[in-house]
Ligand binder design. Structure first.
Ligand code: FAD
Length: 379
């Protein structure tokens, strides 16, 4: 019998499994695909702050370093946020997951590929492994099985599709500015945005996400808007959580972590760092439960710092979603005039919006730019 079965071999699951096993609890991780990290459904951009905070070792999987963003309004008014140092890394996402898998197996985790979760009844876990039904036993089951989480539905939590955006991305050949990512806002990427993330001067990961409608048609509109003509490859199409983080993350002996628990930044869609941090919080709750009989629901306590920031990302997203294209253009024009670029250069933070929202609130010339935002932040 296992102590813990983790469902899903992405950053969240691999972190939980590694930490549980390191704490001395016999842990098995099941992953439905035959290879960790494949298929890639990600742009692979992670903030330098996040890398520092999580202690990720990524030197050998970095394909590019960026030091800023060019953010475009619907009518192409540009805000350029830049630093002299690296603010984010573009990584080979499949290799990141493989690295985390290696750490987990080195810690002693049993990794079962081509094995998917079917059902959980208390401590009995039904799986399909390489085409055959099997029964496993575990005290605790952790669902780290991504946005479409089977574990979440087995826990009786059914989320409406509005909690997710649909993303669509290609790698595209062209001429790109290597140091900057581009973010494009507008109704073609309804309630989300489009991105150009360079791997180098000749290749970029270009995509967008939308809250509804045809993501492919939206992408075609964006292609025309920015004049993408280069050869495209490696298409991916997947969901990104776009909501506040789930509070209901523990039911009986089952827990949720990562995208399965909507633990991703609703502003940018970034979920790798949150998944790793939440994975550590989940493993801590499991450890204290098994050692000291603390309730598993203490997981919520250990998530509080992560959730506070994710909630703020969600409030910013809700505010952004309330703006029409014309309002975005007006706002960008006003922001440019008021020196917001300089403000963001000094105070912007990709992981912790509380750091710069706090600065905005202390600076009347800044918050007067966003009078309607107050309704979102204090609701
Ligand atoms: C197009 C796109 C671009 C993105 N770009 C970025 C980015 O640049 N930076 C960033 O930080 N985040 C990005 N994200 C989000 C990021 O990919 C996720 O937030 C992150 O992968 C969450 O990790 P996770 O471990 O929770 O889930 P996942 O990485 O989705 O892992 C879940 C795993 O569970 C497995 N699984 C599912 N169901 C079962 C089952 N029943 N049984 C067994 N296994 C199962 C899946 O195969 C998968 O391997 C992007 C997402 C998309 C869609």
């Amino acid at each position: 019998m296992d102590t813990v079965i983790v469902v899903g071999g992405g950053p969240a699951g691999l972190t939980v499994a590694r930490e549980c096993q390191k704490n001395g609890w016999k842990t098995t991780l099941i992953e439905e695909h035959k290879e960790i990290g494949v298929p890639i459904n990600c742009t692979g951009i992670i903030s330098a702050d996040g890398v520092r905070d999580t202690g990720l070792k990524i030197d050998d999987i970095v394909v590019n370093r960026v030091r800023g963003a060019r953010i475009f309004s619907p009518k192409n008014i540009e805000l350029k946020v830049q630093r002299t140092e690296t603010v984010a890394f573009v990584v080979e996402r499949d290799k990141l997951d493989k690295k985390l898998a290696q750490e987990a197996t080195e810690a002693g985790v049993e990794l079962l590929l081509e094995t998917s979760l079917l059902d959980v009844r208390n401590e009995t876990v039904f799986v399909k492994s390489r085409g055959r039904g099997e029964i496993k036993k575990a005290k605790i089951v952790v669902g780290a099985d991504g946005p479409y989480s089977k574990t979440r539905s087995l826990m009786g939590i059914n989320l409406p599709k509005e909690k997710f955006a649909h993303a669509y991305q290609f790698r595209v050949k062209g001429n790109f500015e290597k140091d900057f990512v581009q973010v494009h806002l507008g109704s073609f990427a309804r309630n989300y945005f489009a991105w150009v993330v360079p791997e180098n001067e000749e290749m970029a990961r270009i995509g967008l996400a939308v809250s509804d409608g045809s993501v492919r048609e939206s992408f075609e509109e964006f292609e025309k808007k920015i004049g993408i003509t280069g050869e495209k490859c490696d298409m991916c199409s997947a969901l990104i959580p776009c909501a506040e983080p789930l509070r209901d993350v523990v039911r009986k002996n089952m827990m949720l972590v990562g995208d399965a628990a909507l633990q991703a930044k609703a502003t940018t869609g970034g979920g790798i760092i949150a998944a790793i941090n939440a994975g550590k919080a989940c493993a801590k709750a499991i450890d204290l439960h098994l050692k000291q009989n603390a309730p598993l629901s203490d997981y919520n306590k250990y998530l509080s710092g992560i959730n506070r920031e994710l909630l703020l990302h969600w409030k910013i997203r809700k505010y952004m979603n309330s703006l029409s294209d014309d309002k975005f253009d007006d706002l960008f024009a006003k922001m440019k005039k008021s020196g917001v670029e300089d403000f963001l250069n000094r105070h912007g933070h990709m992981e912790k919006p509380s750091l710069f929202v706090g600065k905005i609130l202390k600076n009347p010339s800044m918050w007067r730019l966003f009078p309607d935002a107050i309704n979102f932040f204090f609701s």
